[in-house]
Design a binder for this molecule. Structure first.
Ligand code: MN
Ligand code: MN
Length: 270
């Protein structure tokens, strides 16, 4: 089985959060949870991450200040560098603002990129609080680049008229949570980037997030999505863990479980 190189990248940014800070401390918590001795390093699909030298922790991006444009540029440049080295990047946010430069770097590197986005929110605001890089707007900024083949959002349960209009304008495909079926066939032609906002899960499963939106996915459902969608996964991020709101690290452990399943799929391809 072919093996790809995988890089785990921390992106400790929360100055684009509209409601609560805290997500900047998430990458360290997720890394600790991945290595926590309470679990092992096997994925459910049989990849032993503990016996695999093809993935590496590349640490956190060291941002010199809170300048939003500079931060975004550094994220994009770091991702472009890792991709150019032949690595598949799994990034840990940070708030969801980090996904715009991360996905854009992949779209610049992979023709016809598709995006699968798990979230309670569409994150499609044209303008939210006067901050174009807000965590409420990354998928609007991304679609404005014209480089994305398809954006499919799942788990959404907070659409308003503005975001519906934005989705129509950009041709965003949305399976709202109210319409979700575990038999949904999700498939893409070509490369796929997966972006998981942990508030896409129900707060009963993932309480360590800033925005509680009851009625979301179970951990099991998100793991099944990771395992089952058709397409070639080439990069991913897990964002919006807010350790200040977590209970006994349970959300960090959910993020770690999702990370391991994503790493397994990134390593073996498909
Ligand atoms: Mn989000
Ligand atoms: Mn969200």
């Amino acid at each position: 089985m072919s093996q790809h190189k995988v890089a785990l990248l921390g992106v400790p940014v929360d100055h684009n959060s509209s409601y609560l800070p805290g997500a900047a401390s998430a990458p360290a918590r997720i890394r600790e949870a991945i290595h926590c001795d309470s679990s092992n390093m096997w994925t459910e699909l049989g990849v032993n991450l503990g016996d695999n030298e093809n993935w590496v922790n590349v640490g956190d991006i060291a941002f010199p200040n809170d300048d939003r444009q500079q931060t975004s540029q550094m994220i994009r440049a770091t991702a472009l560098e890792l991709i150019a080295e032949g690595k598949r990047v799994l990034s840990f946010g940070g708030d969801h603002s980090v996904s715009f430069p991360l996905i854009d770097a992949h779209a610049q590197s992979y023709d016809g990129l598709n995006v699968l986005h798990v979230d309670a929110h569409g994150d499609l605001y044209d303008d939210f609080g006067g901050n174009p890089l807000s965590h409420a707007s990354p998928f609007a900024r991304l679609m404005e680049t014209g480089r994305i083949s398809r954006l499919l959002q799942v788990g959404i349960r907070t659409l308003n008229s503005h975001q519906r209009a934005q989705a129509a304008k950009f041709g965003v495909e949305i399976i709202e949570m109210k319409d979700w079926s575990d038999n949904a066939q999700i498939g893409f032609d070509g490369p796929v980037y997966l972006s998981i906002d942990l508030d896409g899960l129900d707060p009963a499963f993932a309480p360590g997030v800033s925005h509680y939106e009851p009625g979301g996915f179970s951990s099991r459902q998100v793991i099944d999505i990771i395992h089952n969608f058709k397409g070639a996964l080439i990069g991913a991020d897990i964002v919006e863990l807010n350790p200040h709101r977590d209970i006994n690290n349970m959300t960090a452990m959910v993020a770690a479980r999702l990370s391991k399943e994503i790493m397994g799929r990134l390593l073996v391809g498909g």
